[in-house]
Design a binder for this molecule. Structure first.
Ligand code: EPZ
Length: 430
């Protein structure tokens, strides 16, 4: 199995281009089958999650043509099967977006129940509540969610919990329901807005995405479109944190700075300089950073998907920091790995109490999930000495070419597949 080998201690310096947003792409790819006409989507990140979702879509009959690495054409007119196989759902939870898409278009979908995920319980009650409110009959049969309706009818839906996935799923189905739907307490994340813009470009009538009340007038048909996915807020934030942890100077290009405000604010608070321009942010960390408090919240709050990377940075900051996780209850599993590098972090329930140390020391680590993997890479880049990271397939779920982008910033990181390659890397970097 491949590993990352890292020799830390080099400040990252230079420029990095951010790709399309993984979580927007997952919603938009799923929604693209809601028309029988051909849809062109640009800026699709070439990561494992988007590739698996496209396989799941092909498996039910969608015709997907890759024009280049980041551009796909999708035609959903040949869909002949409304049952998604378990193997896709096991690989990627976001296959459940096909429920909203298929239910909206064909009024029927069967998708296996998403399994447990390693960041904590991830309920789907709000998705089901939304589908039922639109008039679907939703049953769990042999471990699958079966959603069907004679026709869907718009309704007034109050989400009991702010959920990105439920907002997206219900928005898709409601786009092709009869009449008006109002989603209250909707998620406001940039990818919710991107999906609404995409659906509107296909002829849907969605207003208010980006606020907590989304109003949808159902249409009977959606049509072709050409659409470019927004930049990935979390990939951008990850490079910003890598600059901070390594005392570097990195310009993160092709971003929407507004989407990064909560991350930028925390970096400034702990002593970084952050310069914003129209579509870039530059992060400079010239001196040792200092402590702060962070609580993850739905957008525009500090994203849970940036929590591990922030903890990796605060582990090196002067003073005691407190990071509270309010979205997922089990998102601190990587802390044990950081401890192997010398970090002093205590986890009490959903809170990490971090006593900043002056340096990390390289170690052998195992990646527990996607964003935790990014955090461990950041810590290894900042550490003195060598580190190795196992189970990097989790990182590949959401980061395209991470090691190449880091190398271009001066990082000493390589993917190695065996002991010989690891030795070679160690000899090369000394
Ligand atoms: C999305 O997951 C993202 N995934 C996650 O990205 C991200 O961490 C999360 O939103 C929060 O921002 C995609 O976009 C594909 P939620 P999602 O529904 O939709 C509870 C990454 O690293 N809840 O907003 O599954 C739930 O348990 C990842 O890229 C219910 O109670 O998250 C959680 O506590 C991993 N009932 C909270 O809401 C429901 O029906 C937020 O979950 C749905 C959710």
């Amino acid at each position: 199995m491949d590993q990352y080998a890292v020799k830390g201690g080099t400040p990252l310096v230079g420029e990095v281009e951010i790709g399309g947003a993984k979580n927007a792409a997952l919603a938009i790819l799923a929604a693209s089958i809601m028309t029988d006409e051909t849809v062109l989507i640009e800026n699709v990140p070439d990561v494992r999650d988007t590739n698996v979702l496209m396989q799941a879509m092909s498996s039910v009959g969608a015709v997907i043509t890759r024009i280049d690495r980041h551009t796909v054409k999708i035609n959903g007119s040949q869909i002949h099967n409304l049952v998604i196989e378990d193997e896709y759902m096991k690989k990627i939870r976001a296959s459940y977006y096909l429920i909203g898409a298929l239910l909206g278009k064909y009024k029927h979908a069967e998708v296996p129940l998403p399994g447990g995920c390693n960041i904590g319980v991830r309920a789907i009650d709000q998705h089901i509540k939304g589908f039922k409110a639109l008039g679907a009959n939703v049953r769990i049969v042999h471990g699958a969610i079966v959603a069907e309706a004679k026709h869907l009818t718009g309704n007034h839906i109050f989400m009991d919990k702010v959920s990105v996935g439920a907002t997206i799923n219900v928005m898709m189905a409601a786009s092709m329901a009869e009449g008006k739907t109002i989603i209250e307490n909707a998620a406001k994340e940039p990818h919710v807005v991107d999906l609404a813009n995409f659906l509107n470009s296909m002829g849907a009538n969605i207003k208010g995405a980006g606020t907590d009340v989304i109003r949808i007038k159902g249409v009977t048909k959606l049509h072709k479109t050409e659409y470019m996915i927004i930049p990935d807020q979390i990939e951008a934030g990850t490079f910003m944190m890598a600059a901070a942890a390594t005392k570097g100077d990195v310009t993160v290009k092709n971003v929407i700075p507004k989407h990064l405000e909560s991350i930028t604010a925390k970096l400034i608070e702990i002593g970084c300089e952050v310069e914003e321009s129209d579509d870039a942010v530059r992060v400079v960390a010239a001196k040792r950073l200092h402590n702060t408090q962070v609580k993850t919240l739905p957008y525009p709050g500090f994203p849970t998907d940036m929590q591990p990377q922030m903890v990796a940075v605060l582990g090196l900051a002067q003073g005691t920091s407190i990071v509270s996780e309010s979205i997922f209850e089990n998102r601190f599993k990587y802390v044990d790995e950081l401890t192997k590098m010398g970090a002093e972090i205590k986890v009490e329930s959903t809170m990490a109490i971090i006593d900043g140390v002056s340096k990390y020391l390289g170690a052998g680590m195992t990646v527990p999930d996607l964003r935790a993997g990014a955090a461990l890479v950041i810590a290894a880049l900042a550490a003195d000495g060598f580190s190795t990271l196992d189970e990097i397939q989790y990182i590949e779920r959401g980061y395209e070419d991470l090691e190449y982008k880091l190398q271009a910033l001066g990082a000493q990181i390589e993917r190695v597949s065996d002991e010989t390659q690891l030795k070679k890397f160690q000899l090369k970097v000394g």
